[in-house]
Design a protein around this ligand. Structure first.
Ligand SMILES: NC(=O)c1ccc[n+]([C@@H]2O[C@H](COP(=O)([O-])OP(=O)(O)OC[C@H]3O[C@@H](n4cnc5c(N)ncnc54)[C@H](OP(=O)(O)O)[C@@H]3O)[C@@H](O)[C@H]2O)c1
Length: 198
């Protein structure tokens, strides 16, 4: 398969990229990548990369951020960071990938445990993760050409996070197990799934 992995130098994306490249033709992209630059907060940048690449079977996004602050300190502008990056970055990616992917293509987004479990200082992430779950549920039913749309929601990744400390009430998860879920979305025929691992 020809697969684009966005966020390919990050904690999650790097492992997805390294695992998939053993068996597939994988393009690893991020803002600072010289060969395959992309900024998901900018629609033109997303479009430009899809036009540069050969026709793809799948895209996996593991990029997107939001503000980390206690509720009492959050401004409206702070919320827009996550809305522009993690939320609309991935929503715009779906619209653009939908035009460019091969028939039967696969789009996999990333949210996280904060969609449904609480951790201090992460309200903006909870907001966008929850919105993305609703988006995937609805948008997946309107994609044509048998293009599938799924999202992976993991707990904190062990390694970057202390392995015996809970995040949002759950112990960290192993990156190898998380990568298997992303891989599963490439070939499984289901769509509109919120694949939780925590
Ligand atoms: N790490 C965890 O424990 C965890 C758990 C659950 C969910 N998540 C979610 O998973 C996603 C990735 O997390 P991570 O920890 O792997 O992040 P990370 O280590 O900070 O890596 C982010 C990756 O995305 C790229 N990137 C950042 N902003 C971008 C943009 N606007 N456009 C394109 N690429 C961009 C970065 O490279 P450049 O700087 O070159 O752009 C990098 O490759 C986030 O949405 C996070 O909330 C993370």
């Amino acid at each position: 398969m020809k697969i684009l992995v966005i966020g390919a130098t990050g904690t999650i994306g790097k492992e997805i990229y390294n695992t998939l490249k053993e068996h597939h033709e994988v393009y690893g992209a991020s803002r600072k990548n010289d060969s395959y630059p992309i900024d998901i907060t900018n629609k033109d940048s997303i479009e430009k990369l899809f036009k540069k690449l050969p026709k793809l079977d799948a895209v996996i996004n593991a990029a997107g951020t939001a503000a980390w602050k206690p509720l009492s300190e959050l401004t409206e502008e702070d919320y827009y960071i996550g809305i522009q990056s993690k939320l609309m970055g991935q929503v715009n990616l779906v619209h653009i990938a939908n035009k460019h992917l091969k028939d039967n293509g696969s789009i996999t987004l990333t949210t996280g445990i904060l969609a449904e479990h609480y951790e201090p200082n992460t309200v903006p992430l909870s907001l966008v993760n929850g919105a993305l779950h609703s988006f995937v549920n609805a948008a997946s039913r309107e994609l044509e050409r048998n293009i599938r749309l799924n999202v992976v929601a993991s707990g904190a990744i062990a390694g970057g996070f202390p392995k015996d400390k809970k995040f949002a009430g759950y112990l960290p998860v192993q990156i190898e197990d998380v990568v298997k879920i992303y891989e599963y979305t490439l070939t499984n025929t289901n769509t509109g799934q919120i694949l939780k691992i925590y």
